[in-house]
Design a binder for this molecule. Structure first.
Ligand SMILES: [Zn+2]
Length: 253
């Protein structure tokens, strides 16, 4: 099996371990919604991510295959329809067992500076590491209906950063596409700021957080996004070249 996959991937160094398949089926809800062509590309992308990433475990964390594969699969889902096969300039992925505690000065959601320790599910910094809480990662992979997903969130920030500016607008390829993006996202950002949105209030922090939170809902609760923010859904469908609402069945309500 490994030899066959090696030939498909055209590389002698990247292999999809068949033992990962049951891990994905059991722990990543989105996996069973993917069709054969999507699974083929996903196996390539996530294998590459597992092999190429510099993994670091925070104290008390055991970096098993399960951990790497579940993180890699979710990060890879964002790349599935894009013409890039990897995230650039990610120095490492640092996995904490539970809450990520960071010290040092930082800007709060309200825009002021604070020295108090931060407790986070994850963090992405330009050209630096992506930091993740395994508890939050695992919860997000298994229970998409809750809407939140720290891996989608942090790696959406990394896509946003590809053009060098973390502003909630990833590279779109043309000025007219950027203009249309802004026409749709600006009023939607104002709606979430006034509390009238399907997106959680953290999206109102700034436009970068809005894009990251919208990405979580796009993949986890696409039918809700289609219903409440159809234009945001269309913009994200165009950017990610994916249509999760047609892939996933609508929830029973
Ligand atoms: Zn964020």
């Amino acid at each position: 099996m490994i030899n066959v996959l090696r030939r498909w991937f055209g590389s002698s160094t990247i292999t999809f371990d068949p033992d990962w398949e049951p891990i994905l089926l059991e722990q990543f809800a989105h996996w069973s919604a993917l069709d054969d062509a999507e699974l083929h590309r996903m196996r390539y992308l996530l294998s590459r991510f597992v092999h190429d990433t510099s993994w670091e475990a925070a104290r008390g964390m055991d970096l098993t295959d399960d951990v790497k594969v579940i993180i890699a699969a979710q990060a890879s889902l964002l790349l599935l329809g894009l013409e890039i096969d990897e995230y650039f300039d990610v120095s490492s992925v640092i996995v904490h067992k539970s809450t990520v505690r960071l010290s040092g000065a930082h800007r709060t959601a309200g825009g002021t500076m604070s020295d108090s320790p931060q407790r986070l599910a994850g963090q992405a910094t330009p050209k630096g590491p992506v930091v993740l809480s395994w508890n939050a990662v695992r919860r997000g992979a298994r229970r998409p209906e809750h809407g939140q997903n720290v891996v989608y969130h942090e790696f959406a920030h990394r896509l946003d950063m590809l053009d060098g500016i973390t502003d909630g607008t990833p590279p779109l390829g043309s000025e007219s596409a950027s203009r249309r993006w802004s026409e749709v996202f600006t009023p939607a950002f104002e709606r979430v700021s006034s509390g009238d949105s399907v997106l959680r209030s953290y999206a109102a922090t700034n436009t970068a957080e809005f894009f990251a939170v919208a990405t979580e809902v796009f993949f986890n609760r696409p039918h809700d996004l289609v219903t409440h923010e159809p234009e945001i859904y269309e913009q994200l469908r165009g950017f990610y070249h994916q249509d999760p609402a047609s892939r996933l069945s609508a929830p029973d309500r």
